[in-house]
Design a protein around this ligand. Structure first.
Ligand SMILES: Nc1ncnc2c1ncn2[C@@H]1O[C@H](COP(=O)(O)OP(=O)(O)O)[C@@H](O)[C@H]1O
Ligand SMILES: [Mg+2]
Length: 266
């Protein structure tokens, strides 16, 4: 068996959607047939693990098997603890999704070094962008990459030296507004410029929708429409956004899985 593919969700800022997008990614990949492990490094908030616990409870209540990710919270917050947890999950899984806390943390840095795909979700705001790059106050042009971009850059170089493996760094624009706005376009333009300068890909994430705040108690995702009860157009559009987000992550093997489905959907 080969090495699993590691997807790490990291942003030192809290509330950018790491846990929400991590859970959706884990379940979407499980739904398309991957054996997925979910490791929650945020031992205080435990959002990803709590979400998946709620999902377990829903499966028991409905007596129904839904797409499933094996999960654990990193209780032993040491490099050895991380290594052990990764070994446990690697034995059973071909994709491992790691959620990290929204602060600088040595274990999060160690996890970033493991990433094959590093996902940094951010809201469309210059406040969130500031972590990655600074912009000129009048023309909004990028003046320089910020410390977080440097941290990732260094971590990338370190990983390439140690393992010869590269990392695909992806900035995921979460909570996208449906209405076009100056802000959206300006942040978008600054991000595109940064992308070129620091070697990051920018992909669209989930739209700003109340549903993402409501799914948590049942541990459901937008791929579980059958379990959601009333389904409206908004849900269908949101599910499409989710599928595009997963396609944008470009996890190896996923395109082949999606292609027959897309052909069948016609
Ligand atoms: N696309 C979205 N639309 C609406 N609310 C969202 C969306 N993504 C995340 N949220 C909400 O934003 C808050 C922070 O999200 P969370 O995933 O916990 O971020 P983080 O893990 O980065 O701290 C939560 O209340 C979550 O429900
Ligand atoms: Mg979180």
């Amino acid at each position: 068996m080969g090495q699993p593919h590691f997807i790490v969700f990291a942003n030192e800022k809290g509330g950018t959607g790491k846990s929400t997008t991590a859970v959706h990614t884990a379940i979407a990949l499980a739904a398309s047939g991957h054996r997925v492990g979910a490791l929650d490094l945020d031992q205080r908030q435990r959002t990803m693990a709590r979400y998946l616990e709620n999902r377990d409870a829903t499966m028991r209540r409905l007596d129904k098997q839904l797409a499933y990710a094996r999960y654990e919270v990193l209780e032993d917050q040491s490099e050895l603890g991380l290594k052990a947890a990764v070994e446990r999950l690697s034995a059973e899984c071909d994709v491992i999704v790691i959620d990290t806390p929204g602060r600088d943390d040595p274990i999060a840095r160690a996890a970033i070094l493991k990433a094959d795909t590093l996902v940094t979700p951010m809201n469309d705001s210059f406040v969130d962008l500031d972590l990655i790059g600074q912009v000129h106050p009048e023309n909004f042009k990028v003046t320089k990459p910020s410390f977080y971009a440097e941290l990732i850059w260094n971590s990338r170089t370190q990983r390439a030296k140690a393992t010869g493996r590269s990392v695909d760094w992806v900035v995921l624009r979460n909570r996208l507004q449906h209405i076009d706005s100056h802000n959206l376009r300006r942040v978008g333009a600054a991000l595109d410029e940064l992308a070129r300068r620091v070697g990051v890909r920018v992909i669209p994430g989930l739209g700003e929708r109340v549903i993402y705040r409501e799914l948590f108690p049942k541990g459901l995702t937008l791929l579980d429409l059958a379990e959601l009860g009333e389904v409206g157009m908004g849900h269908i559009t949101a599910r499409q956004e989710l599928r595009e987000m997963i396609a944008g992550l470009a996890i190896p093997g996923q395109a082949e899985i999606d292609a027959p489905k897309a052909a069948a959907a016609g």
